[in-house]
Design a protein around this ligand. Structure first.
Ligand SMILES: [Zn+2]
Length: 359
C-alpha cells in the first residue's frame, strides 16, 4: 500500500477494506451491482458491520457514491478500521458502506455504467425520472460536446461568458440540480432506480434495524476550498432534527451546512432519500465534502472525461489523460492535501462516534 494510505485501484482498495474489517472481527457483506472492473473483478458494494447491541445508536459512514471520489472515502474508512485494531473502536454500532458506486470507482468515472450520477438517482417513489432545469438544454453544447476532448478548447472562456450571461447561481442550478433528459450528459440522474439505489433500499433497513438513532456521514470530494471540509444537507431540517444534528455533529455544523446548501436544490440526492426512509426515530445525515480545486476546473475535468467516455476509444491517449486528470481533480496528488484531509476525516468520524456513544 502507498505510504500516504490512498489506494486508487478499486480491487486493491476493496481488499484492504475487507482485510481491515475482518481483522477487527466485523461482519462483512458484499452485494454485486453487475458488470466487472478493469481487472475482471466483480463489482460490489461492501458493508462492514461492527458487533454490538442492536439497541445501540448506529454510525454509518459511506463512500464512493460518486465513483472516483471513493479513492478518498475508502482511504478514510480503511484508516479508521486499521486504527481501531489497536483499540479505541467506538462504543456504538458502526456500519461502513464501501464504494456505493463501484463501477465509477473501478473505471474512474463519477457515474455508474449507465452514465448515471448516483447522487441524482435517489428520487422518492412519487417523483418521475424526467425533466431538467430550463437552462440545461441551453448549456448542453457547452457541457457535453459530441466529440473527443481536446486539451485547449476554450471551455473556461465560454464558461465565464455563460456565467456573465446567466449568473453564477443560475449556472450552478443548471448543472448541479440534476437532469433526466440527456442520457449522455453530465449530472444525468437516470431513468429508473440504479443498482446501488435498489441494493441500499433493501440493505440499509437491515443494517440499521432497531437503532434508536442513526448518524450517517457520506464522504465526498470536489466541492469547496482546497483541503477544507464542509458538511452539507439536501433536505429540510425540522427542530428535532436540528437538535440532533447539533448534538452529534457539533454546535455550528447545521447552520453552516444549511447556508452552503441554500444555493440550489439537487434532485434525487442520497441524503434526502435516506432521511425519508424513516429507518430510525432520528436519522441525521450529512455529506462531508472535502474541497479540491475551483468549480470550473472540476467541471472541466468532468466534462472532458465524459467526452472521452462517449466519443473516444477507451485506450486512446486523450481518454487515458482525461481519466488521470479526473482522478487528480477528486483526489489531488499533493501530499499535504492527502495527509490533511485524511486526518481531518478520521477525526470527524471519531469525534462523531464519541458524541453518539454518550447519547
Ligand atoms: Zn460527490
Amino acid at each position: 500500500m502507498p505510504a500516504d494510505g490512498f489506494v486508487s485501484d478499486f480491487a486493491d482498495a476493496r481488499d484492504r477494506f475487507r482485510a481491515a474489517a475482518a481483522a477487527l472481527g466485523w461482519r462483512l457483506e458484499n452485494h454485486a451491482v453487475g458488470g466487472m472492473g478493469p481487472r475482471g473483478e466483480t463489482l460490489t458494494i461492501d458493508a462492514a458491520l461492527s458487533p454490538g447491541d442492536p439497541a445501540m445508536p448506529v454510525l454509518v459512514v459511506s463512500s464512493g457514491v460518486h465513483g472516483v471520489e471513493g479513492i478518498f472515502g475508502s482511504a478514510v474508512q480503511a484508516r479508521l478500521l486499521e486504527t481501531w485494531r489497536d483499540g479505541g473502536a467506538p462504543d456504538v454500532r458502526v456500519v461502513f458502506i464501501h464504494a456505493i458506486n463501484p463501477y465509477g470507482f473501478a473505471w474512474r468515472r463519477r457515474t455508474d455504467a449507465d452514465n448515471v450520477d448516483v447522487n441524482r438517482n435517489f428520487l422518492l417513489p412519487d417523483e418521475p425520472y424526467a425533466g431538467s432545469p430550463a437552462s440545461y438544454a441551453e448549456l448542453d453544447g457547452l457541457l457535453n460536446p459530441r466529440r473527443p476532448p481536446a486539451r485547449w478548447d476554450g471551455f473556461r472562456a465560454r464558461a465565464v461568458m455563460a456565467i456573465a450571461r446567466h449568473g453564477m447561481p443560475a449556472l450552478r442550478r443548471a448543472v448541479a440540480t440534476g437532469q433526466y433528459d440527456f442520457p449522455r450528459g453530465l449530472f444525468f440522474g437516470g431513468s429508473r432506480p440504479s443498482a446501488p439505489h435498489e441494493i441500499l433500499a433493501e440493505q440499509l433497513p437491515v443494517w440499521t434495524h432497531g437503532a434508536p438513532a442513526v448518524v450517517h456521514l457520506d464522504l465526498h470530494t470536489g466541492l469547496g476550498e482546497h483541503g477544507a471540509c464542509h458538511l452539507l444537507v439536501d433536505f429540510p431540517v425540522d427542530d428535532a432534527l436540528a437538535a440532533a444534528f447539533t448534538r452529534w455533529l457539533g454546535p455550528d455544523a447545521l447552520s453552516a451546512a444549511n447556508a452552503r446548501a441554500a444555493g440550489y436544490h439537487a434532485r434525487g440526492g442520497f441524503g434526502r432519500w435516506c432521511v425519508a426512509q424513516q429507518l430510525a426515530p432520528t436519522y441525521v445525515f450529512a455529506y462531508a465534502e472535502f474541497g479540491t480545486y475551483g468549480p470550473l476546473t472540476v467541471l472541466d475535468r468532468l466534462r472532458k472525461e465524459n467526452q472521452a467516455y462517449h466519443w473516444a476509444e477507451p485506450d486512446a491517449a486523450c481518454t487515458i489523460q482525461a481519466k488521470r486528470r479526473l482522478v487528480d481533480a477528486f483526489c489531488p496528488p499533493s501530499t499535504r492535501w492527502r495527509s490533511d484531509t485524511l486526518a481531518y476525516a478520521v477525526e470527524l468520524v471519531s469525534s462523531t462516534a464519541a458524541r453518539l456513544s454518550r447519547g
